[in-house]
Design a protein around this ligand. Structure first.
Ligand code: PLP
Length: 413
């Protein structure tokens, strides 16, 4: 009996998404006990204080106001020209790095990660990210026949662990010609950690030193999916200045996503922005990534690109959008502040949260803790080394008392 006709590379693959599984359990509990009795801390999208999915009003207005042609026509494969120009401003603000820069439109931030893994790693090579990471990084690597290794993100004092990063960079570059280093900052998923400017300088010093005088190369992917809810707009963008004038064997790629910043998650729009001191490397970047787009999804969502281009061409629309984002940033911050305060009060350990959609509790048996929390109708996501709480999705009134319940569940299992 034939049980599989999949190609060898595809056999046995199936993405068990713990996040969607945990969400399904929360939805079932809400149907049984009533939504007001259930805390669903699994969703990676902003829900307001009434637990409704938020769409920023100015984004909705601009998107819905587009002419039918803009909604339905194809876009160029590399992206609409006005989008490609404005997305660079949207990403960098006033901290545009010096060097050659090009943008290629992608299907969300995921599309950037996909193209980067495909085009800057050879088959069988190993990419590097921190031990706390967004699960799809690994799925993307494995689906394309690449591996993923990790360094310890934080040391025993909860500081960014540059020595461990350095050891791993040198270890991997000892075995292969090029390295892809993926860093999700600011407002990291799942911890809410943000690298300081000094942390990022430390990263850059490490990869410069590891490649100096060799023909080795490093691609530094900065995944900034949550940058618009990470703090003051220009302050959080200062890290980009560090990408200026790096040696030609270091390519920086910024993974920009419209999913969170524009609340357009399902519209699947983002951009990969390459920064290099070499004109040739950036010409190659634009060419090879456009080619992979043609070979993967062809062109992407025109109306979402047009929405960004229109908003970033109109100071009033931009100011309104930024005000709306800031209001939701404050809403999420208030939730995280309350959780943090209560965690301190009851002695619940937390990873250092700076900003963002999620915070994490380090734990030895996350699955058991999450199961125990179900008895309180609290649903969170068990990760390899802890429990992820989506403060973006839980109203303030349900945050109150939650840390103590997590602490009790930890002690009970
Ligand atoms: N990177 C991280 C860390 C994320 O959490 C997400 C979304 O959840 C993304 C990238 C990309 O999202 P999208 O493909 O929707 O832009």
């Amino acid at each position: 009996m034939i049980t599989s006709i999949a190609a060898n590379h595809a056999k046995g693959k199936s993405a068990q998404d713990k996040i969607f599984g945990a969400n399904a359990a929360a939805v079932a509990a809400a149907a049984k006990y009533g939504a007001d009795k259930v805390t669903n801390a699994t969703i990676g999208a902003i829900l307001d204080e009434d637990e409704k999915l938020v769409c920023l009003p100015t984004i909705e207005k601009v998107y819905r106001g587009l002419a039918t042609n803009e909604l339905i026509a194809y876009a160029p494969i590399s992206g609409l020209p006005d989008y490609l120009e404005k997305v660079i401003t949207a990403a960098f603000g006033t901290s545009r790095p010096e060097g050659y820069i090009a943008a290629v439109a992608t299907a969300g931030g995921t599309g950037v990660i996909h193209h980067t893994i495909w085009n800057y790693m050879d088959a069988g090579e190993t990419a590097l990210t921190s031990d706390w990471y967004w699960g799809p990084y690994k799925v993307l690597c494995q689906d394309m026949g690449r591996k993923l290794d990790t360094y310890k993100m934080l040391d025993e004092n909860n500081k960014y662990n540059l020595p461990d990063l350095k050891a791993k960079v040198n270890e991997i570059l000892g075995k292969q010609k090029s390295l892809l280093l993926m860093i999700n900052t600011p407002a990291h998923n799942p911890t809410g950690y943000s690298l300081s400017e000094e942390d990022l300088q430390g990263v850059i010093d490490i990869i410069k030193e590891a490649t100096a005088g060799t023909d080795k190369t490093v691609t530094l992917l900065l995944d900034v999916a949550y940058i618009d809810y990470a703090g003051e707009k220009e302050e959080v963008r200062k890290i980009f200045k560090k990408l200026s004038n790096l040696p030609a064997n270091i390519l920086s790629i910024v993974a920009y996503s419209m999913s969170k910043g524009f609340t357009l998650y399902g519209q699947r729009t983002g951009a990969m922005i390459g920064v290099s001191s070499s004109k040739e490397i950036i010409e190659e970047f634009a060419a090879i990534n456009q080619y992979t787009s043609r070979a993967t999804w062809s062109n992407i969502n025109r109306p979402a690109m047009k929405t960004l281009a229109n908003i970033y061409s109109d100071p009033e629309l931009l100011a309104a959008t930024e005000k709306e984002r800031d209001d939701y940033y404050q809403m999420i911050k208030a939730r995280a502040d309350l959780f943090t305060k209560e965690a301190e009060e009851c002695g619940l350990p937390m990873l250092p949260y700076v900003a963002g959609f999620f915070l994490s509790i380090p734990a030895k048996n996350p699955d058991a803790i999450c199961d125990k929390l179900h008895e309180d109708n609290i649903f969170a996501v068990p990760l390899a080394a802890g429990v992820r709480i989506a403060v973006c999705a839980v109203p303030l009134k349900k945050i109150a008392g939650m840390a103590a319940k997590v602490q009790a569940a930890m002690q009970a299992v």
